[in-house]
Each structure stands twice: as C-alpha cells, then as structure tokens.
Design a protein around this ligand. Sequence first.
Ligand code: HEC
Length: 318
Amino acid sequence: MDRERPVRRLLTTGALLLLLLGAAADTVSLPIRDARWLPSERLFQGLSTQPRECLRPAADEAERQAIAVGRAAFSAPLLLGGQAARAGLSCASCHKSGRGNPDFSFPGLSAEPGTADVTSSVMSSHRGDGTHNPKPIPDLADPPRLAAHDRKSRALERFIRGLIVEEFDGREPTPAVLQGLAEYVRAVDPKACRSGGLEPVRLEAMLTDARAAVAAAIPALHQGDRATAVFLVGAARSQLGRVDERFSLPGLEPSRELIRRSDSQLAAIAAAIRVGSPVASDQIEAWQHGWAELKRGLKRQEKRSLFSPRVLRRQLAS
Ligand code: HEC
C-alpha cells in the first residue's frame, strides 16, 4: 500500500504504537476496536449506542446501488491506508452512522473529544502540515458546509478522494467506490432524520450490513468491476470482524467458529473474483444462503456477548 515510504512508515508506526499503548492502558480488557478512540468515561455509551442514520431513499436503482457501495465503504477500514488502516479507523469511526462522533478521542489527532485533525502527519505522509489543529467532527446530517454536494461540480468527489488518498494515505479508490461514497454522503439528509437521537448497537444490524456489502458486490461483478467487488467483499469481512470482537469472551467459541467459517467463505469469494473465476457468483449465493443460519447461530449467544449492555457494563467494570 505505502511501499514507497518505508522509512516514514516505520517512524510513524512507532509513534502511533506509543500513542495507542498510552491510550490502551485503561481499555485493555475490551476486545472492541472502537474502544480505542473513546475516553474511558464514555466507553459504555459509545459502545452500546450509535446515532440514528439519516438516509433518504434513492431515486432510482443506479442511485440505490451507488449508495449501497458507498455505505459499505464508509465503514470499511481498508478504504483508508497507512496508520489509519492499521489502527482500524474508517470514515464511520469519526462520522458514526454518517453523523458525527462527539466522543471521538484519538491520541495525537484529537484535542477535546469530538475533534480531529485531518491534516495531521500521524495519518498522512502527503498532507501532514506539522501543526496540530483539530476541528470539530461535523455531523454529516447537518446542512452541508461544502457547496460540494452539487453533482455537476464533482467537488464532493474530489474532497473525499483527497481525504482517502492524501489525508489517510489510502490507495486510489475505484471510480465506483468514490462515486458511491459521494452519493452516500449526499443521501445523508437532515430531512430523513427520525426522532430520537440514539439507537442501540445491535448484532442484527451489523450482520445486515455485512450482507448488504456482499449484495452490493453482485452488480459490480456483473459489470466486470472486479476491483470494486473484491473491495466490497473485504468490507463485509470487516463487518464480520466487528461482530467477532463482541463475541471474544470465554464460552462463546461456538459463535466465533460460525463467524470464522463465514469469513473464510468470503475470503474464498474474494480470491475467486480476483482471478475472474466463474464460480464466484455461485459462492456468493451459497454465502447468502448461509447468512440466515449464521444469524440464528449468533442470536443464540447474543445475550452473553458484548452486544448485551449488561455484559458490556460488567466487562467494563472488571
Ligand atoms: C479522524 C476523523 C475523521 C475521519 C476518519 C473522517 N473524517 Fe470526515 N471530517 C472530519 C473532520 C474533523 C471534518 C471537518 C474538517 C474541517 O472542518 O476542516 C470532516 C469533514 C468531512 C466532510 C465535510 C462536511 C461539511 O459539511 O463540511 C465530509 C463530507 C466528510 N468529512 C466525509 C468523510 C468521509 C467520506 C470519510 C472517509 C473517507 C471521512 N470523512 C473520514 C473527521 C474525519
């Protein structure tokens, strides 16, 4: 990914590790990655709830597909590169459910919680400006400050590409992923906000997101856009990874085994797509069939997992 910059990478990896180790001291008993950028007094709230998404419906099938691609990419750490990817950050780490994150607190990036410096050299070998100037993370459902939402100018696409490639050292996104992200951001609409600010973080919703990422890969595959399809299968795998974290407790091995099997099917699908194998479509169909069974299996142990607020609270107290 950032092969050309080995020295820089070594230095910043070391620096980031130190930062993370410092931060991890009081969160070490929690296997959940999102805990790394939450101050300890906000862990329970930040891990058990999320803002409601404000997504307006698509006007047509093409827009629906673009939003689905963008929505999956938005929470995939593999979209970003370098330090961000290694730490597991995605767009959604800062813009939870396409909104904001008033608790976001990342050593070296944030000042007070809810702020981030997106021109920090911790994350970027391109744009690091050497100064620490964290800004409040905007709620994307607030009326956009960027005039960029206008489709014709493609300014939003340029802005997002700059974030990925320059701020976060990511690889060049495929055209479909970039367009998808812009359409997703455009579809986050204050008028689509339902009442009630927060909703619980749910197993079922995370599994549905994994399924939606895989479903979005099918049209990409049919259009011969293998790079986007592989990316989306990867996005589904990172969603399963987020589910797996919540089952990382003693006694929940049967659930983790189900996740592991589902994940290795996805790995095989990605490999098949990569080499252009015609069996990829059948493998996707088989995975989709297995999805309901995966969900049933995990539901059996959900109450004992870190999806349960009671278990989460107990774990935090220990
Ligand atoms: C480390 C936290 C962080 C991550 C990760 C992040 N953002 Fe942001 N985002 C911010 C901050 C902070 C701002 C405000 C920057 C400013 O005011 O100059 C912002 C601004 C934006 C805006 C402009 C909103 C407006 O109305 O001005 C959009 C759109 C956006 N981000 C989308 C994304 C997308 C898409 C990704 C993933 C590729 C992403 N962000 C990843 C923190 C983040």
